[in-house]
Every structure is written in C-alpha cells, then in structure tokens.
Design a protein around this ligand. Structure first.
Ligand SMILES: *Cc1c(COP(=O)(O)O)cnc(C)c1O
Length: 342
C-alpha cells in the first residue's frame, strides 16, 4: 500500500479492499464455480437476489459483462434495445451488444436529470414492418451521473415496456446509492424490472464484480451466455467473499459519501469562479464548472498536492467514496480554494 496519502477523486472504482475485506477473501470457502461447487459464490448470488427481490442471481466479472449478458438474453440478432444515448450500456461498453450479439442499440436524448422522455420512447418503439429492427428491450440506469431516478418514473417506463410486450433492464451499477439517498428499499425501486445489474466494485468497495439478477429461467440463460463470453470462473469465491463483505459492511456507509459530496458542493459552490448546481448533488458525484481562465491548470495544481481528478476540458467530475476520509474532503476543499485565489 502507498506510504503517502493520495486523494483520488476520479471514480468510486478506485477503492482498495480494506483489512476486513481481505480477511474475508483469505478465509473464503471455494470450489469450482463452473461446476456449481463454490458455496461463497452461491451465497453472494442468493444474497444479492434477496436484497433486490428477484428469484436468482449470477456473479459476473464486471458491470459491462452484466449489461451485455442481460441485453443478449432479452434480445437477439436484428432486434433492438432502447436506452439513453449517454447511458453506460449505449456509450461506454464498446458497442458490445451490437458487436457480439447483433442487437441494435437505439439511444435517446438524456435530460440533465438523467431521464429519457416517455414520448421519445413511444416514438422509438418500432411497428411490425420489415424496414425496422424488432424492438425488444428498454434499458434504464440508476443512478445516472449521480442523479437518483425517481421510482415513479422508472415504474412508468417499465409499465410502458410491459404494455408493449418489451423487456425492461436496469443498469443499477450505483443502485444502492439511490436506495441510501432516498431511504427506499432497493427491492422496491427495482420491482418493475425484469432484470437488474448491480456493481460491487463501485461505491460498495469490492475489487471486482457485479451481480445480475432476475427470474430463474433468465439467470439460467444468462449463465450459459456468461460461459460463452469467457466469463465462467473457477475458485472465484475468493472474489465473491469480497462482494459479500461489501453487502454486509458497505451499504449504509454510502450515506457518509453523500454527506461528503454535499459538503464539497456547498464549500466550493461559494468559491469565486466556480459554479456547482447543488441541487444536482444527490449521491456521491459533484460536477464543477470552472471559469475559463482557471480550468486548464487545475488538474496539474492538484496533482502536485497528490489530489487526482479526472482530466477534463470542461466540467470536472469529483467522485467521493469509501477511501475518501473527512480529512481528504477538507484537503480537497482547501486546495481548490487556494488554487482559485492564486
Ligand atoms: C461502472 C458502470 C458500469 C460497469 O462498469 P464496469 O467497469 O464494466 O464494471 C455500468 N454502468 C454504469 C452506469 C457504470 O457507472
């Protein structure tokens, strides 16, 4: 481990497993999971399914693999999924559904609140006509850029999907941030969805993995696709143990990340030359606009003080997570203030 403090605000994927988590990994009971022998994996899959109120779960290597498997389960070649053009499954997954499954993406405009409009979805659902791909699936996301998607919005889109005979999938990479921020049970938020993907390696602090959940038949099909994609892993309970530890210890503490994010938004929002819309800081992400005269040198100024931000030419994204202590929050605020005053 590093022997000087680095404050890494690039993403909540940068957390390192702490001693408790490493101990759980060390002690994990393992077996060959492709044979269904790994009790720790089975425990993680069942625990996640229970947490999200679905019948079954599948432990996969990443959120990208989880979304890809879900899309390939719900739709086939020449069929289409409707989603937001900036959502992860459309923009950040290397076009996997199209490349590997021949599933056609249809990306709709996303509002500042992270939502896509019902009228746009209705207009995008294709009639039965040989000119078009066959619409099969609507894929939503929660949170979107740290914005909580309201349950009634999610439910209304799922109802629309069901009415039109379409499947619904939620990319819930940060679903538990939404759950903790609103006090709603995760299982209530995702009830109307056919399938849900949850990341263990974001705010929950595990080193690897996501869990895909849904009905038992769906998960059986997903298991075959995971093997086909090269995602069948063997004594992988060693990683599942980290996920189980995260579900047990790291959900409620997300509230602390959200408090830190609000603290940063309030402190820096008052700073001359910085604009932050505090109303948009609902979970663990802050989007910060800098006056043009200041934006170019910020990242290198912070890097000199061991503070890392994602490089940006416009808006800076600050992400808070488990390894950001109250002291780190203070250091970030003070260093950016010093920079702005310089
Ligand atoms: C991180 C993320 C994923 C999955 O990313 P992996 O790096 O493949 O685990 C999926 N959706 C959203 C919204 C994400 O932020």
């Amino acid at each position: 481990m590093q022997n000087y403090p680095v404050f890494d605000f690039r993403s909540d994927t940068v957390t390192r497993p702490d001693l408790g988590m490493r101990k759980a990994m060390y002690e994990a009971e393992v077996g060959d999971d492709v044979y269904g022998d790994d009790k720790t994996v089975i425990n993680l899959e069942n625990s996640t399914a229970e947490l999200l109120g679905k019948e079954a779960g599948l432990f996969v290597s990443s959120g990208t693999q989880s979304n890809l498997i879900a899309i390939l389960c719900h739709a086939g070649r020449g069929e289409e999924f409707i989603t937001g053009s900036t959502y992860h499954s459309h923009y950040y997954e290397a076009g996997g559904a199209a490349v590997l499954g021949g599933v056609v993406p249809c990306g709709l405009p996303v509002g500042d609140d992270g939502q896509i409009l019902t009228k746009d979805i209705i207009a995008a659902i294709k009639p039965d006509d040989p000119h078009f791909p066959i619409t099969r699936l609507i894929c939503l996301e929660n949170t979107v850029c740290g914005r909580v998607q309201p349950s009634n919005y999610l439910a209304s889109i799922c109802n629309l999907a069901a009415e039109k005979g379409l499947f619904s999938h939620l990319d819930g990479a940060r679903l538990l941030n939404a759950s903790v921020a609103t006090g709603q049970l995760a299982s209530d938020i995702v009830r109307p969805f056919d399938s849900v993907s949850l990341c263990l390696s974001k705010g929950l602090g595990a080193p690897v993995g996501s869990v895909l959940v849904g009905k038992s038949e769906f998960i059986a099909k997903a298991r075959r696709l995971r093997k086909m994609l090269g995602g069948g892993m063997r004594q992988v309970g060693i990683l599942a143990a980290a996920g189980l530890y995260a579900l047990e210890h790291n959900i409620d503490r997300l509230a602390e990340d959200h408090r830190h994010a609000r603290e940063i938004a309030i402190a820096l929002g008052d700073c001359e030359g910085i604009t932050i819309n505090r109303d948009t800081v609902e979970t663990n992400m802050i989007y910060m606009h800098l006056h043009t005269s200041k934006k170019d040198r910020l990242a290198s100024f912070l890097a000199d003080k061991n503070i890392i931000l994602s490089p940006s030419d416009k808006v800076f994204r600050i992400v808070v997570h488990k390894d950001i202590t109250p002291a780190a929050v203070g250091v970030l605020i003070e260093t950016i203030r010093t920079y702005m005053a310089s």
